[in-house]
Design a protein. Sequence first.
Length: 202
Amino acid sequence: MPKIDAPTVAEHHRRRRAALLAAAEEILATDGLDALSLGSVGSAAGLARSSVYQYFDSTPALLAALVEDAMPRALEELTARTGGAAGPMDRVEAYVRSALTLATDPTHRALASLADAPLPAECAARLTEMHHGLLDPLRAALAELGTPDPTLTASLVMGTVQAASRAVLAGLQVEDVLDRTLVLLRGGLRAAATTRPAADEA
């Protein structure tokens, strides 16, 4: 009988599953999707490949579990970092600052690598749904700021943040990239809040 390294069998299995998810996250963040397999994850977690199959029957199943594990943590972290800001522009800036600062965080790098992952259709839809959830605090702040289309504007803001994140990952200093990003966004958002499209004015 396998050695149980926890007070109960259920806790033993919970710990092993958590170790496998942590190993998968680290591999994705460090080496990318191509390096991920049940074998590599098992090896990183100190388990035989056959043991990994007790928890996940395929790499897509492992990825699906990782999405459900990591996305709520990412949202919780982002919400915690932005919740104390006062006005809507402050909250937008706090969101952008947090998103850019977290660009080098292993959880966020792992999630970013899942964009092209071979996820089951249901899991891919869930990833999209949870990604939209990550944008909710930003959309709410933009709506309060008075931007004409908060959903579109949030997507445009995140496009800028993603470009800034790539610059940070390429080696530029976070604070330098952040300062320039916020200058661009402040001007654009203030203009958007006071200018409505002609179609809206008709």
